[in-house]
Design a protein around this ligand. Structure first.
Ligand code: KIV
Ligand code: NA
Length: 261
């Protein structure tokens, strides 16, 4: 069976079906997540924290991303595979395309990059590479932001995020991740864009949700963010936790206001 494409996710948005997404970094989890009917798997550079045990995502290399993307992509049948472009691998459009090519050759169907990188996005799309944008909290900019905190609370900042989202769409992005922004802002952006908006800590009104695998399984070594939810509680098998996450997203039972800002 052919995996889902960005067009299938776009159709889900048009039809009002929520998109369920999780991160994964290896073949076993990729297969289990896929079998649970999760629509998209993100090989996130969060692997710097949950796999490598580092304090941020900054030291993740392109080779790390290629390695994990290969195993995740090989093991899934249906889910769309998105690979993160790590820190400083998209400083300019050509450099971005050369690096994105390696992730696509490893089996990704789409790459994700952080921030208002309109020219890089447009160039990648021109080269045939689907792009997922990422706005709000940008972990690769953590040293500039000064901490993992909610973004877009003050009105000028919120307007900037909305404007960047519109420009990313205009540049050809086919998906947008919004991380750690007020639910109201995420709702407005999801309504304004025709491309699907996938939220993490962004409230219930996004077109889909994503969580870091090790957070929702409650096996991470770091602090669990407030917007995450432990799907292993009450105790269930891991495969069941994935199914429960999927239905919670599809049936609008996750995130609750407790997981939102
Ligand atoms: O790296 C990652 O896991 C991500 C998600 C938090 C969206 O970028
Ligand atoms: Na990431």
């Amino acid at each position: 069976r052919k995996p889902l494409s960005i067009h299938d996710l776009a159709a889900m948005k048009r039809q009002g079906e929520k998109i369920a997404c999780l991160t994964a970094y290896d073949a076993s989890f990729s297969a289990l997540i896929d079998q649970a009917g999760i629509d998209a798997i993100l090989v996130g550079d969060s692997l710097g924290m949950v796999i490598q045990g580092q304090a941020s995502t900054l030291q993740v290399s392109l080779d790390d991303m290629i390695y994990h993307t290969r195993w995740v992509a090989a093991a899934r049948r249906r889910a769309l595979v998105i690979a993160d472009m790590p820190f400083l691998t998209y400083p300019d459009p050509l450099g971005a395309a050369m690096n994105a090519a390696k992730l696509m050759q490893a089996g990704a169907q789409m790459v994700k990059l952080e921030g208002a990188r309109f020219e890089a996005v447009r160039f990648l799309v021109d080269q045939g590479i689907p792009v997922c944008g990422h706005l709000g909290l940008l972990p690769q900019s953590i040293n500039r932001l000064g901490g993992y905190k909610v973004q877009g609370v003050d009105p000028a900042e919120a307007d900037k995020i909305l404007a960047d989202a519109l420009q990313l769409e205009a540049a050809g992005a086919a998906l947008l991740v919004l991380e750690c922004v007020p639910a109201k802002l995420a709702a407005a952006i999801s309504a304004r864009l025709s491309i699907p908006v996938i939220g993490i800590g962004a409230g219930i009104d996004c077109d889909g949700q994503v969580l870091v695998l090790y957070d929702m399984l409650d096996i991470g070594i770091g602090k669990r963010p407030r917007f995450s939810m432990n799907f292993m509680q009450p105790p269930v098998a891991i495969a069941e936790a994935f199914g429960n996450y999927r239905s919670a997203v599809k049936e609008l039972r996750f995130p609750t206001p407790d997981h939102s800002f």
